[in-house]
Design a protein around this ligand. Structure first.
Ligand SMILES: Cc1cc2nc3c(=O)[nH]c(=O)nc-3n(C[C@H](O)[C@H](O)[C@H](O)COP(=O)(O)O)c2cc1C
Length: 172
């Protein structure tokens, strides 16, 4: 499978990235191709709701920023993994911006599976992010939820979480 990870953490060596790395290692060892894009380090503006992609040129976003390189990656992947730190009980603004900008390509027909990886300071803070993931991605795209993984407090960057994510990647 071609697996795309959209990582919304600005910390390239942070807790979210730690889980992403372990997942990627496991998935690669199982023979999958993994491409991690750190969207927090890309120039991705919010959707302007201009409707150009729906009314003028179907599927084409007028905003010529780094999303233009990410669209083909989403459209060419079999699985998309969303990874983010929890900011104010939900996904980071950087990952939100990338998700909102998929408005132009709408439902990527090739994607069959998705997963969600989140890191936070506290436990019991994932409700809004999980609700969004289910409604906007799993149900809207009509894809299989392959798993939801979380780490908080001293479980961040722990051997236990690394192993959990590695095994998930390996199982695919
Ligand atoms: C702007 C901001 C908002 C945050 N909001 C929450 C929150 O609502 N709940 C929580 O448990 N942690 C919150 N945190 C803590 C981060 O989720 C936590 O430090 C996480 O492990 C960071 O992951 P990273 O190392 O991948 O960046 C917040 C951190 C920042 C910077």
């Amino acid at each position: 499978m071609k697996i795309l990870v959209l990582n919304g953490s600005p910390h390239l060596n942070g807790a979210t990235s730690d889980m992403v790395d372990a997942f990627s290692k496991g998935a690669q060892e199982s023979g999958h191709e993994v491409n991690v894009i750190n969207v927090a380090h890309k120039n991705i503006r919010g959707c302007m709701a201009c409707e150009y992609c729906r009314e003028k040129e179907k599927g084409v976003c007028v905003q010529k920023d780094d999303m233009q390189d990410i669209y083909p990656e989403i459209l060419g992947s079999d699985m998309v993994v969303f990874a983010s730190p929890i900011y104010y009980f939900t996904l980071s603004a950087q990952l939100q911006a990338a998700i909102h900008r998929t408005y132009s390509i709408d439902i990527p027909a090739n994607v069959k599976k998705v997963a969600l990886i989140m890191s936070s300071g506290s436990p019991f803070v994932y409700g809004p992010a999980i609700a969004q993931y289910y409604h906007s991605i799993v149900e809207y795209w009509g894809v299989e939820n392959a798993g939801i993984f979380t780490a908080n407090g001293d479980k961040n960057k722990s051997e236990e979480k690394r192993d959990e994510l590695y095994r998930f990647g390996r199982s695919l």
